[in-house]
Design a protein around this ligand. Structure first.
Ligand SMILES: *[C@@H]1O[C@H](CO)[C@@H](O)[C@H](O)[C@H]1NC(C)=O
Ligand SMILES: *[C@@H]1O[C@H](CO)[C@@H](O)[C@H](O)[C@H]1NC(C)=O
Ligand SMILES: *[C@@H]1O[C@H](CO)[C@@H](O)[C@H](O)[C@H]1NC(C)=O
Ligand SMILES: *[C@@H]1O[C@H](CO)[C@@H](O)[C@H](O)[C@H]1NC(C)=O
Length: 302
């Protein structure tokens, strides 16, 4: 009986020890990376609407505020780690101050400077990030920070007298650091308007339908996006060559049968009428007078 009790106690202590180890593992010393699908808030530099200059707080630090709220989600724009998708983000109402900022952006007076946390922020900071934004953590010295990765949104458009044209279809490229080096960590990001797409026409009070196409890269090198044109020999190139070779052979054959051969036969017939028997057709392997039986349409017998 006593032996069994000791055994149970020992079992219990082993269990508690294992629990303690597991708990310690849950509180790692290094900040964990993003998990696939984890949401990433986008904040952008606040700017004054009269000059487009960046806004700093009392201590001179740059002030980042949440990206405007998307009507689709009711939240500021957010990316999902490692998830490639198209995000529609309609800004419901372009008020007067924001319209002026848009003018600065498309006129290149000031860039739409945004940033995303390089690794997940602690829960309290994350809440701020979505709701009121954060101050610069680099003491206003520049845009390189350990905590954030810059993501400048190159918004293109044109200023008109009464309104703005904004290229509202944008690509977003995000590079993660290689998993072996720093899992779940963002290494670089950028976003840019596709100026060739039909722009959105915006006046004060309108909505602005932004469409983001988000693509992720597992390391910092860009894959080649132009295979098949100059350089790599791809399967489709080979198929293309074969098809065009076949097509030109078919055209040559059709030309010869439909135009060249009847012409030669015709001139041969004339020669024969003129009493000159040259036997030139013998070279074509066609018996005299038998050519109409070959079925080449345009050829006519004379
Ligand atoms: C941006 O800065 C202006 C001051 O120029 C301030 O009035 C405004 O509240 C700031 N925006 C946000 C969202 O904090
Ligand atoms: C985004 O909006 C466009 C145009 O309104 C629509 O065609 C497209 O299906 C939408 N995409 C998503 C992912 O909602
Ligand atoms: C934005 O959402 C509100 C409420 O859901 C809706 O009334 C409004 O029409 C939407 N605006 C646009 C531009 O879709
Ligand atoms: C980067 O990732 C791509 C896959 O998109 C892979 O093909 C390439 O080998 C990787 N480059 C390096 C340097 O690891």
């Amino acid at each position: 009986m006593a032996g069994r009790l000791t055994f149970l106690l020992r079992l219990l202590s082993v269990f508690l020890a294992a629990l303690a180890v597991a708990k310690a593992a849950q509180e790692p010393l290094v900040q964990p990376g993003y998990k696939v699908g984890q949401s990433i808030p986008v904040t952008c530099l606040n700017r004054t609407t009269d000059t487009g200059e960046h806004v700093t707080d009392a201590s001179g630090q740059l002030s980042y505020i949440p990206f405007p709220i998307c009507n689709e989600t009711g939240r500021p724009l957010e990316l999902l780690f490692g998830v490639e998708k198209d995000i529609n983000c309609t800004l419901d109402f372009i008020d007067d101050p924001f319209f002026h900022l848009l003018e600065f952006y498309v006129h290149n007076d000031a860039p739409l400077t945004c940033r995303i946390p390089t690794k997940p922020l602690p829960p309290s900071a994350l809440k701020d990030e979505f709701e009121k934004g954060t101050q610069d953590d680099t003491d206003g010295q520049g845009s390189i920070s350990e905590v954030y990765t810059p993501m400048v949104v190159a918004l293109a458009g044109t200023l008109q007298l009464s309104h703005l044209h904004i290229a509202s279809t944008l690509n977003v490229l995000v590079h993660a650091a290689p998993k072996s080096v720093a899992p779940g960590t963002i290494a670089a990001a950028t976003a840019y308007s596709i100026a060739r797409e039909e722009p959105a026409r915006v006046v004060i009070g309108d909505s602005l339908p932004l469409q983001f196409s988000v693509r992720w890269y597992p390391n910092t090198s860009l894959p080649s996006g132009w295979t098949g044109v100059g350089g790599h020999l791809t399967f489709s190139t080979v198929v293309y060559c074969l098809i065009s070779a076949g097509a030109s052979a078919a055209i040559c054959l059709a030309y010869f049968r439909g135009i060249e051969l009847p012409r030669r036969l015709k001139s041969h017939g004339k020669d024969r009428l003129g009493g000159v028997e040259r036997g030139a057709l013998g070279g074509y392997g066609i018996a005299n007078g038998g050519y109409s039986g070959y079925g080449y349409g345009p050829g006519k017998r004379d």
